[in-house]
Design a protein around this ligand. Structure first.
Ligand code: ZN
Length: 242
């Protein structure tokens, strides 16, 4: 289990690179400090540990390092453990872990740049194909309804209220609908609407945004997808019980 945690934080470290440089060509170049451009040594690139050894500051220019880096690493470590806990040491665990990592990347890229990169959407398509073969508890009809239901609703809404959703959000929810199936994507949509509304109210009250501003919806979809993937049935049962 601990090995999986270590594996998870290493993937998290790689994910930080994806999030930070998805739009640049120097994908596999040396890591440099974004402020002073000095090269970061290998011993300062150890996931989570280095951040604390360095006190959250660049070794040469003392510029602050975002707390997000160790956070993403820790998050991926925990997600890896959850996957193994739920699916044991199987291909399922690995594929679900990749799926969650992809969501984490979309979550942060969308916050930073208000865009969901096509490269990550392509990776989701690849995962969707694999899901079809190894998760037979969701049948193909449910997958297809999942693909079209919420996404076409969002498209239709865009028709009446211009740009209520980004096109990236619609692609994301269509693919996740295919992966999760009909029931869970409806739940996802409700969860993401609720968290997005609460978050917007919070931003307006604290005067960080006004009513006219856009907020990225992708992060809320990602959160909703992860929650309904693991607890969907529990949440629906709980709701029906109420
Ligand atoms: Zn620096």
């Amino acid at each position: 289990m601990f090995v999986w945690f270590l594996f998870g934080i290493c993937v998290g470290s790689f994910l930080n690179v994806i999030i930070y440089r998805f739009d640049t060509s120097i994908f596999f170049g040396k890591s440099i400090c974004p402020k002073c451009k000095s090269k970061i040594r290998w011993y300062d690139l150890i996931p989570i540990l280095s951040f604390f050894v360095l006190g959250g500051k660049c070794r040469s220019c003392k510029a602050k390092i975002s707390l997000r880096y160790p956070f993403v690493e820790l998050l991926c470590g925990l997600l890896a453990m959850i996957c193994v806990y739920k699916f044991f040491f199987t291909l399922k665990a690995f594929v679900v872990f990749l799926f969650l990592c992809c969501l984490v990347a979309i979550f942060f890229v969308d916050i930073d740049k208000m865009i969901i990169p096509d490269s990550l959407i392509l990776f989701l398509i690849f995962l969707a194909v694999i899901f079809t073969f190894i998760f037979d508890d969701v049948d193909i009809i449910s997958r297809c309804i999942g693909f079209f239901s919420v996404s076409s609703f969002m498209l239709a809404l865009n028709f009446f209220v211009k740009e209520s959703f980004g096109f990236g959000d619609i692609k994301l929810i269509a693919l996740c609908g295919y992966i999760l199936g009909f029931q869970n994507i409806l739940l996802t949509f409700f969860i993401s609407l609720i968290t997005a509304s609460l978050f917007s109210i919070f931003l307006i009250i604290t005067k960080k945004k006004s009513l006219k501003d856009y907020i990225p919806f992708g992060p809320h979809i990602c959160f909703g997808v992860a929650l309904s993937f693991f607890c969907g049935i529990d949440i629906i049962n709980w709701y029906l019980f109420l």
